[in-house]
Design a binder for this molecule. Structure first.
Ligand SMILES: [Zn+2]
Length: 136
């Protein structure tokens, strides 16, 4: 029997955080469903690579997601399947001057006009960016 995959040492406040991993696992499963759907449109083709866009405030931990993805792909007809993660920074839009800017270190002040009246404008996404398929 091959060695079983071990859970990564994810910890929050000293406790293992399996509930987070369950979230990543369901996202990874949804991604694989999407890959199968996409690939199904090209008879005989197989997926070789999938790209995901993940926002900094999406609540997803990239390494956990990668772990779950690899665990779900292992031993299936989808193997080998590469995963590319593109991390999207948190962004806010200024309600004063309409500038959109990247939020660094929780600084929500508009860099263009100094206004504090800004609102979230991205960084919470979880998007399938692309699926690369190999024609037969
Ligand atoms: Zn502004």
């Amino acid at each position: 029997m091959p060695p079983r995959a071990k859970f990564p040492p994810l910890r929050r406040r000293g406790r293992p955080c399996y509930s987070r991993l369950v979230h990543e696992m369901s996202v990874a499963a949804a991604v694989l469903d999407a890959v199968r759907t996409e690939t199904g449109r090209y008879p005989g083709a197989r997926a070789t690579r999938v790209g995901l866009r993940i926002g900094a405030v999406s609540g997803l931990e990239p390494e956990s997601l990668r772990f779950c993805f690899e665990a779900l792909v292992a031993g299936t007809d989808l193997e080998p399947l590469a995963l590319d993660l593109e991390l999207v920074p948190r962004r806010n839009r200024c309600r004063q001057c309409d500038t959109t800017f990247e939020v660094v270190d929780y600084n929500f002040v508009c860099g263009a006009c100094g206004s504090l009246r800004t609102e979230p404008a991205g960084g919470d996404e979880m998007q399938l960016a692309y699926v690369e398929v190999e024609e037969p």
